[in-house]
Ligand binder design. Structure first.
Ligand SMILES: [Zn+2]
Ligand SMILES: [Zn+2]
Length: 208
């Protein structure tokens, strides 16, 4: 799903990411983005959800909203409850999330359960190529959280850093606290011709 502010390049990059994920996570029906807004007569008014979210603060990337409002509305919707699909929402609004008592300065994406929300707001001054890489990477990272990748504390190469993350080089499950750090992880993974590292791939249950 996208709100109306999400442009063509961003939609295309998101669709690509979802297609790639569908190949890896075959134990769930193919994810969809664009056509999830209306399923079996149920609809999620994604634009009004985003528009009606209270503005927490103004940032260099526009009005920032709390991701939890959009997330819980989608998560608790009849559409989502009645659908086997994983909810992937892309918004043009800058997002933040509460961590403990305080709000983070921002967040690129947020996942809880099988609904994940990503913002494209902070990638808009990057080159088209980097924007594509960031959107794809962030969606594949958040979908990795849906499937609990890198959460097993008994395995090696994990760390707790705003949630459990992978520390292997060339894995999109690496945590990047800045967009430059994330871009670096995504680029290395791409260069290595993969999305998740072998350890995380094992956890996907995929034979690919
Ligand atoms: Zn993460
Ligand atoms: Zn990994």
């Amino acid at each position: 799903m996208y709100d109306n502010g999400v442009d063509q390049l961003e939609r295309k990059a998101a669709d690509e990411a979802v297609k790639k994920a569908a190949k890896i996570f075959q134990n769930r029906p193919a994810f969809t983005l664009g056509n999830l807004v209306k399923v079996d007569g149920y609809e999620i008014p994604i634009d009004s959800l985003v528009q009606n979210s209270p503005i927490l603060r103004q940032t260099a990337y526009g009005n920032q909203i709390d991701v939890d409002g959009v997330h819980s509305a989608v998560f608790n919707s009849k559409l989502h409850k009645n659908s086997p699909f994983i909810g992937v929402v892309l918004t043009s609004k800058d997002l933040t999330a509460k961590f403990g008592r305080n709000y983070l300065n921002f967040c690129f994406g947020y996942t809880f359960g099988d609904v994940t929300i990503q913002s494209v707001a902070r990638f808009r001054d990057m080159s088209d190529k980097n924007r594509e890489t960031m959107i794809e990477g962030v969606i594949l990272h958040e979908l990795g959280h849906v499937f609990h990748l890198a959460e097993d504390r008994n395995r090696s190469h994990t760390e707790y850093n705003l949630g459990m993350h992978c520390t292997n080089l060339g894995c999109v499950m690496n945590q990047g606290l800045t967009r430059e750090a994330m871009l670096k992880h995504f680029k290395i993974a791409k260069k290595m011709g993969r999305i998740y590292c072998p350890q995380c791939m094992l956890e996907t249950g995929s034979q690919n």
